[in-house]
Design a protein around this ligand. Structure first.
Ligand code: APR
Length: 252
């Protein structure tokens, strides 16, 4: 059962300072303070809807084959929401953490690109990136930043074929190589941070458990307890943008 704290302790700071290998899993919660709505949380597990459809349906493999235009309209709506959004103190803290450890891996479920915008380099985007598109014919991946979209669907820059968002949709497998690297980082790390995720969507939610089984300490940061709280060594109840920078505070 985890220790529940509302602010970091000297013991946690020394654990942080003595670590050589650290891995972090982030979810929608780290972008909440940037104004990006989470999918669940706030005590509510109900996922939100758009045009009367649950987003699990809009972001699904079935719909991309049945009605790719509607999927793009949904993603272009989200891109419109993200266009002016900037990283917050939580994102910037993790970009600084990356430079402190011999080995640091940032695994994100977010497709909002905010970790990179904050300066993080070694980012594993296990659910893809909303600002990229992938050709349905030749599988080329390219940046698709214009918002709103000039044409729906956008056409491949290589073969001219129709493209789809380069994100993992419900019912699809995660990108194999990227997820293998995430699993390796979880198996190697001494400290595994779980930040801003309800930890209900697998296989990403399985990473902290794999890290724990490999002997890592699990530190969760979330204003609420989650399914992972049971496995975590420490649950820091609070917002990522307020808690993560505390790990960088002046040492006495
Ligand atoms: N700081 C830290 N955590 C926060 C904050 C904050 N400021 N605000 C909210 N949270 C927490 C919520 O309490 C909740 O536990 O973030 C979590 C967000 O959970 P979800 O909305 O379920 O998001 P996530 O876990 O990333 O969802 C996983 O599900 O819908 C799919 O593909 C989508 O990647 C997503 C996946």
């Amino acid at each position: 059962m985890s220790t529940v704290l509302t602010q970091i302790t000297d013991e946690l700071i020394s654990l942080f300072d003595s670590a050589r290998s650290v891995a972090v899993l982030t979810g929608a919660g780290i972008s909440a303070e940037s104004g990006v709505p989470t999918f669940r949380g706030g005590g509510d597990t109900e996922i939100w809807t758009w045009r009367g459809k649950p987003i699990t349906e809009l972001s699904s493999a079935e719909l991309i084959s049945a009605d790719p235009k509607l999927v793009w309209e949904w993603f272009d709506y989200r891109r419109g929401m993200l266009k002016e959004v900037v990283p917050n103190a939580g994102h910037f803290a993790l970009a600084q953490w990356e430079r402190r450890f011999e080995e640091f891996t940032l695994i994100t479920q977010n497709i909002d690109d905010l970790h990179r915008a904050a300066g993080s380099l070694n980012v594993l985007e296990v659910h893809g990136n909303i600002w990229r598109a992938r050709c349905l014919r030749c599988a080329s991946v390219f940046e698709a930043r214009e918002c709103p979209l000039e044409e729906n669907p956008p056409l491949c820059m290589v073969c001219g074929g129709a493209a789809r968002p380069d994100v993992v949709l419900f019912g699809e497998l995660l990108p194999e190589q990227i997820f293998e690297r995430a699993e390796e980082a979880a198996a190697r790390c001494e400290l595994f941070f779980v930040i801003g995720t309800s930890a209900v969507v697998y296989p990403a939610a399985g990473l902290p458990i794999a890290a724990k089984q490999a002997g890592a300490r699990i530190i969760e940061v979330n204003p609420e307890r989650t399914d992972i709280s049971f496995f975590a060594d420490v649950t820091l109840l609070g917002k990522a943008g307020e808690i993560l920078p505390q790990f960088l505070r002046e040492r006495g």
